[in-house]
Design a protein around this ligand. Structure first.
Ligand SMILES: Nc1ncnc2c1ncn2[C@@H]1O[C@H](COP(=O)(O)OP(=O)(O)OP(=O)(O)O)[C@@H](O)[C@H]1O
Ligand SMILES: [Mg+2]
Length: 218
């Protein structure tokens, strides 16, 4: 394997830590410099790492690089998935996209808007629940605010069903299921019921932006 401590972007080499040939020692300050640069490339020159977001970013980074000790310190279980919560526009979707670049050698996950899955269900039907419930690595974006699915006159809580299926994958230690949401635990329970909520509690690490985090679209 190539040296995982070095990442080249647009001809510039970034170091995100130290690699001794077998083990990788990540350096969070260096990771932030890299993420700032990569974020600008992906999302535009206005992107910057905000001081107030660093705690959330640290947790996400510890998780994604599987730093067991640091995860433990922050109450994160590396075997569970990530549920990233926070107010509208705080940067959830961007971060879930960005952190994958720290670990280019890992299998990635696709970030899919939950509402798109429901639209596909309305069109195609229950096959969609199998497609997203039975495999693959996904980050379900904007979970909880998608409409109820309706296929040939039959209503279905599409993402609720998919989450129940994906809980089984989690139990088998197969496939990643991350999600972002604006909703809190009570609102998620209202949307999906306690059967799903209970599974969500088991399969996700909750990483939360402060509720006062500013909307970066403004
Ligand atoms: N750190 C940042 N610095 C500057 N702009 C940012 C930053 N993070 C995100 N943005 C920009 O702010 C906007 C909102 O970001 P993003 O979509 O990631 O937020 P979100 O939390 O997923 O929002 P929503 O709750 O609506 O899904 C985007 O245009 C994005 O490019
Ligand atoms: Mg989003």
């Amino acid at each position: 394997m190539a040296n995982p401590s070095k990442i080249i972007e647009g001809g510039v080499e970034f170091s995100i830590g130290r690699f001794n040939g077998t083990e990788m020692f990540y350096d969070f300050d260096k990771i932030l410099i890299y993420l700032d640069a990569k974020g600008k490339l992906l999302f535009g020159v206005d992107f910057q790492i905000h001081k107030d977001d660093e705690e959330v970013i640290l947790k996400l980074c510890n998780y994604i690089v599987k730093d067991v000790e640091s995860c433990k310190k922050h109450g994160i279980d590396p075997n569970k998935n990530i549920l990233l919560t926070g107010p509208v526009g705080c940067g959830k979707t961007s971060l879930m996209k960005l952190i994958q670049y720290i670990v280019p050698f890992q299998r990635t996950y696709d970030i899919i808007p939950s509402r798109n899955i429901v639209f596909a269900f309305n069109h195609i039907g229950y096959k969609i629940i199998e497609d997203y419930g039975n495999g693959g690595n996904f980050c379900f974006d904007d979970l909880g605010i998608e409409p109820i699915g309706r296929h040939y006159g039959q209503d279905c809580n599409v993402m609720g069903e998919i989450l129940v299926s994906r809980y089984e994958l989690y139990l088998k230690n197969k496939c990643k299921t991350h999600a972002t949401t604006n909703l809190n635990a009570a609102e998620l329970e209202e949307k999906y019921g306690n059967r799903v909520r209970s599974r969500m509690r088991k399969m996700f690490n909750l990483i939360a932006f402060d509720i006062n985090t500013k909307d970066k679209r403004k």
